[in-house]
Design a protein around this ligand. Structure first.
Ligand code: GLU
Length: 296
């Protein structure tokens, strides 16, 4: 009720590192139809900070595939690669609160540090939690490593960050029926997460919270695979004094083996299905989504 005067803002935020598959189509259509149903706005964002893996032809294919599905979105589209300065500023704000530290470790260094500890905890992406090797480095040590040409990542000091949060950290999760639930955030599951990668000086987690806030996204509708990431996003929103959207983590489209579709496992792309002769109506039917959204 309180949100009735400002249109709700939804977004679909794919990475152009492969062709879209049915899982992406489901998320995109759901966002589009939810926006339509409440007279809200639908934005498309191209998440291409990983410049080595993202390719222009995949980006072009995103526009073509979504248009084929009958979706329209606002222009201009925000392309993350054009906004590194926004992310750098956010990292500066965290650094000014003394919440970041440089980490020079490679993956191999981390694996070696935990090799004698088989039960070492892992983060929700199944990577080992950072054992804190670089945390006690003195400024002189850091300067030496920098002088030797080593590029550090920047990690969030999770303990300090959690201490800096004033109120209990939660988010509003909305289910299919539209019922809201308050979920307690558990950012500690991520440990000292990398917020600025060695290679691209930013991370998905920073870019996503900055972009959602700058675009005024009110409703983040995305797959259940990102449910745990929301804890970290809520922490960053709190530390950077950004508004908290409402979240809805939808079911994932699964393959015949019951696994989530994934570009890396070569899930069949929308364009391959199109080449096989499927129509947009077939895709909507396969996904169990109505073809035309009703405006209310
Ligand atoms: N770019 C992410 C993906 O393709 C989605 C990020 C999000 O919706 O927050 O999985």
């Amino acid at each position: 009720m309180t949100r009735s005067h400002t249109p709700q803002v939804f977004r679909f935020a794919p990475s152009p590192n492969g062709y879209l598959h049915l899982g992406h189509a489901y998320s995109a259509i759901l966002n589009y139809q939810m926006a339509q149903a409440c007279g809200g706005r639908f934005l498309l964002r191209i998440e291409n900070i990983d410049v080595a893996r993202c390719r222009p032809e995949f980006e072009q294919a995103i526009y073509e595939d979504l248009a084929w599905l009958g979706l329209t979105w606002e222009e201009p589209v925000r392309r993350q690669s054009e906004h590194f300065l926004d992310y750098a500023k956010a990292l500066d704000r965290l650094a000014a609160q003394d919440l970041l530290y440089s980490c020079f470790c490679t993956r191999g260094d981390i694996l070696r540090a935990i090799s004698a500890k088989p039960d070492w905890p892992r983060d929700p992406d199944d990577a080992p939690l950072y054992p804190g090797t670089c945390k006690p480095l003195s400024n002189a040590n850091r300067r030496d490593k920098l002088a030797a040409g080593q590029h550090p990542a920047q990690r969030l000091d999770m303990e300090k960050a959690i201490r800096a949060v004033k109120a209990p950290l939660t988010w509003r999760e909305c289910d299919v029926a539209g019922t809201e639930q308050v979920i307690p955030a558990r950012p500690e599951f991520w440990g000292d997460a990398v917020l600025s990668r060695k290679d691209i000086m930013v991370s998905y987690h920073i870019a996503v919270v900055i972009d959602d806030a700058l675009a005024g996204v009110s409703d983040v509708v995305r797959g259940k695979d990102l449910f745990m990431a929301t804890s970290l996003h809520r922490l960053l929103q709190d530390l950077l004094v950004l508004p908290a959207p409402t979240y809805r983590h939808h079911d994932l489209v699964l393959d015949e083996a019951g696994r989530k579709l994934s570009k890396s496992r070569d899930a069949k792309s929308l364009r391959a299905l199109r080449q096989e002769g499927l129509t947009p109506a077939d895709i909507y039917r396969k996904l169990g989504l109505p073809k035309v959204a009703t405006r209310v």
